[in-house]
Each structure stands twice: as structure tokens, then as C-alpha cells.
Design a protein around this ligand. Sequence first.
Ligand code: CTP
Ligand code: MG
Length: 248
Amino acid sequence: MGEDHRMNSPAHHSSPLINAVIVAAGKGERMGTLLPKPFLALAGVPLLIHTVRNLLRSPLITKLVIVVAAEREVFLQDLLERYGPFSVPIGLVHGGRERQDSVRLGLAALDPACEVVVIHDAARPFIAAEIVDRSVAAAVEVGGALVAIPVKDTLKQVDEDNTVLATVPRQSLWLAQTPQTFRVQLIREAHARAVSEGIIATDDAALLERIGAQVKVVRGDPLNFKITTPDDLRLAEAILLKGLGARC
Ligand code: CTP
Ligand code: MG
């Protein structure tokens, strides 16, 4: 009887299956370390482990795919065993040359029934579950969503000599972060089109924009910055030591 009720409930149809992809296959050239960023220690724990733990605080995600460089797969498997178990199954796939290639390869490894995918950079460890959930809600509604923060500083356009040409109005400008969340069918189509047209974009939302699909901005958090340089790593350590990254 309980089962009949569930089958007839509209809520049963309105909760899509959601997976996440973390891209961790970059070389970390701007960090300049031999070991790529996801494996660098942050307060004694690998950066990628912080990211996995924080992303999986969202109860919506039922599977995680981590995209990793082929030569780091065994190392990552060891780390996942050491720091696990985690709340959902984790699949590993090998990355590609550009971030976009790594995302596309990750998308091929989703649960076959997955309807919505949350794509996140390994290099953003301080992601909050509420923000993940907001991005999912927006993607379910319009097809695509990216987390971003409004530009706070005044923007100057300059020439090659650093002479100011103009002040750029900032009201409508946002800084893109991840997660970027999409209906699976849409993001797969956008990536397929990018391959066939030879397009490389710096984020996934740009590929949806190109095929004319709607993408919404969801307000993020400055704490969700991307660890790119040694300064960023020091800042992240300081945040963890001060307890500001309390979700870690
Ligand atoms: N990434 C990836 N595959 C690539 C390039 C990047 O999976 N071919 C991932 C990185 O591991 C990172 C995220 O995409 O988690 C964001 O990229 P970025 O911060 O640029 O990292 P890297 O490309 O590793 O760093 P750099 O650009 O300094 O080399
Ligand atoms: Mg890069």
C-alpha cells in the first residue's frame, strides 16, 4: 500500500538522479610543484580529499566520478582507501589534455540513469553544500547553472602601456566559479558540438551558451576560490587553521 502511494506521488517524479564529476587531471603549472595541485597537502590532508568531503556533504549526489591523470590513478586509489569510506560510490576515469577534455571524459562515466550532473574543480576545496544544492535547483529549472560571485571592485580597461582607457560598468558582471550544473543531455550535446566544431572553452557554461541554451548564475561564496598559485595554497592553509573552513 505504501508503495502505491509512492508511485502516485508527483514528488516521486520530480527528484532527478544526480551525479557529480570532479576534474583533477590538470598539471598545475602555475603552482609550479612536481606533484599536481589535487595531491598537495592542505592542513595535512590532500586538497582533493577536502574537495570530495565537502562536495559530498550535499545529500543530493548519488555517485561521484573523479577525473585523474592516468599516471596518478593508483596513487588516488590509495588515498581514497586511506581517507574513505565515502557516502557514495566513486568511479575514476583518466583525464585529457584540456580541462574540457577531462570533463567530457568524466561525463561518459556517469550512472546511465543520471539526469543532472554537478561539475566541480578539484582545486576549489571550500565548496559549501548549500551552494551545490542551489546550483542543482537552478539546473533542474532551466537546464544549466553556474556558481559565480558579483564583481565588487571597480573595473578598468587599459592599453598595452597600462594607461587607463575606460571604467567598465560592473553591475552586470560576475566571476565564474564551479560547480557548474546541467541536465546531462544538454551538457553532453554541448560538448559533442564543441568537439565537432573544434571549440575549446574555459568553462562548461560557455559551451551551453554557444548552443543557445539557458544558463543561470547562482550566487556563490568568495571562500570557494580556486587554488591556483602558491599564495592561494598559503591562504587556504590560513583559512583552515583559523577554522573558517569549518566545513572541512
Ligand atoms: N583539469 C583537468 N584536466 C585538465 C586541466 C585541468 O582535470 N587537462 C582540472 C584541474 O585539475 C583543476 C581544474 O581542472 O582541478 C581547474 O583547472 P586549473 O585550476 O587551471 O588547474 P591546472 O590546469 O592543473 O593548473 P594550471 O592551469 O596552472 O596548469
Ligand atoms: Mg589549467
